[in-house]
Write a protein that binds this ligand. Structure first.
Ligand code: NAD
Length: 470
């Protein structure tokens, strides 16, 4: 069997090879799964600097941020999977109704077979390896396709993965759009795609043609509702942290803020600029901790939207300076953005935070409900009543109160969208279950035929008793 080498494998060859490997069940045994997971962990440990360099080159990610949000999150997934794999693989007993006893039933997580993981550029390590962990833990063969927009990281993973994982069970196919489309022409036992909605539709359409199951990890405009706070300093820091990490290029970053009433509005205008200065200094371009945008086009797009809203009357509270060619845009807060403004048309995915003022909490809930379901929704409040109402009423992939972002790094919570922000979920056991077929199995001995009571002919006695049995 040819093995995946340092050069990208052709999509068709990778599929043929890994389909055969999936049929051979070589990835099924527990010890093989554990070996892959440990190999992946060793890869991260022994090549940390190489990955940090690649992330700095692609996105100017600081080593600390990269350790926290990229390498650390994958390591946490690996440790959690290694610790719980036996439990997850164990048959899950199911009750048998009295009328069907004696019998025994269970659900067993079985490997789906051959799966495809399509990564995005904004967290190019986490979003490729994060899904790879549960895909391997679930006993599958896996083709991973890194995003071409983070080329240094894609190159590093292309070289490293086959050195640390069994190359017979995985393939790294990198080559961008054409390669992804060639892969999508094949049937898969599962596809997990992370990225924008436009390509999400392409993936979903292709998967429909081959009836391949999908998990779509998409994005959207994640709102943050703010009511008056007793600790406005912490509130502002937590919003700024969620927004400006990775220069705003985080799928669950607060996209915009709804300030409920005069006091919350004033607190935001006062404390957000302070939080930004605390984090990145007077000149964020000189901060080692502040990232760059993925491309000059992406920077241009944000600057154009910002300028359009400023022309329409919005006011830059802090930030606003840009170097388009240098892929730099200051952490920027804009007040007085209108709901129909340019910055409210689509997911920003960059370091611009519009603030909109609403008069009541209910208005904020209605504002969110009137728009497509976001990937995350955040609330900062001192009111238990608002907290409860938010959790009850807001339809979003996840909700967090008094904090942003960190739910996405927790292995104990499923991560995924709802409606237009995504289909399905992963992380921790949710990931293992996503890449497994949860197969029911029933055993009912036929030594004594206890089903006689339901066989035809259905005379008057059976006609009376059968409906009651069920
Ligand atoms: P991207 O450009 O890296 O594209 C994602 C993947 O799609 C890449 O692997 C790319 O090769 C492939 N691709 C691109 N064009 C294609 C085409 N025409 N046909 C087939 N495949 C193609 O990423 P992006 O779309 O710019 O990512 C940003 C979006 O992703 C944002 O909306 C963000 O919110 C979302 N996102 C979601 C999550 C999540 O976990 N839910 C995480 C990160 C990003």
């Amino acid at each position: 069997m040819p093995s995946a080498g340092a050069r990208p494998e052709e999509p068709d060859a990778a599929v043929e090879r890994l389909r055969a490997a999936a049929r051979s069940r070589a990835a099924h045994p527990r010890k093989v799964r554990i070996r892959q997971l440990k190999g992946l962990k060793r890869m991260l440990e022994e090549n940390e600097q190489r990955l940090l360099d690649a992330l700095a080159k692609d996105l100017h990610k600081s080593p600390t941020e990269a350790r926290l949000t990229e390498i650390g999150t994958v390591r946490a997934e690996i440790d959690h999977a290694v610790l719980h794999l036996t439990d997850w693989m164990d048959p899950r007993p199911a009750k048998v109704p009295l009328a069907l006893q004696p019998a025994s039933a269970h659900v067993r997580a079985r490997p789906k077979g051959m799966v495809l993981v399509i990564g995005a550029w904004n967290y190019p390590v986490q979003l490729l390896l994060g899904p790879l962990v549960p895909a391997l833990a679930a006993g599958n063969t896996v083709v991973v396709s890194p995003s071409e927009k983070a080329p240094a990281t894609a190159r590093a993973l292309q070289e490293l993965l086959p050195q640390y994982l069994d190359p017979a069970l995985i393939s790294v196919v990198s080559g961008g759009r054409d390669c992804v489309q060639a892969l999508l022409a094949h049937p898969w036992d599962h596809i997990l795609y992370t990225g924008g909605e436009r390509v999400g539709r392409i993936v979903y359409e292709a998967a429909a043609k081959t009836l391949s199951p999908v998990t779509l990890e998409l994005g959207g405009k994640s709102p943050t509702v703010v009511t008056p706070s007793r600790n406005a300093t912490a509130m502002a820091r937590r919003i700024a942290f969620g927004k400006f990490t990775n220069a705003g290029q985080t799928c669950v970053a607060p996209d915009y803020v709804l300030a409920v009433g005069e006091v919350a509005h004033r607190q935001l205008l006062e404390h957000l600029p302070t939080a930004i200065r605390e984090f990145y200094g007077e000149d964020p371009s000189a901060s080692a901790d502040y990232g760059r945008l993925v491309s000059a086009e992406h920077t241009r797009r944000l600057v154009d939207m910002l300028e359009e809203d400023v022309r329409a009357g919005a006011r830059v509270v802090v930030g606003g300076r840009a170097d388009v060619a240098g892929r730099y845009l200051e952490p920027t807060v804009v007040d007085g953005v209108r709901p129909e403004g340019a910055l409210m048309r689509e997911e920003l995915f960059g370091p611009v935070l519009p603030i909109l003022r609403v008069d009541t909490f209910q208005e904020a809930l209605d504002f969110i409900a009137d728009r497509p379901h976001p990937l995350a929704a955040y609330l900062f409040t001192d009111s238990l009543r608002y907290h409860r109402a938010f959790e009850d009423q807001v339809q979003a992939g996840a909700v967090s109160t008094d904090v942003t972002l960190i739910h996405a790094g927790m292995v104990t919570l499923p991560f995924g969208g709802v409606g237009p922000s995504g289909i399905g979920a992963y992380h921790g056991q949710a990931g293992f279950d996503t890449f497994s077929h949860l197969r029911p199995a029933l055993t009912k001995s036929d030594q004594v035929d206890t089903l006689k009571a339901v066989y035809p002919p259905h005379g008057w006695l059976k006609r009376k008793t059968i409906p009651r049995m069920l």
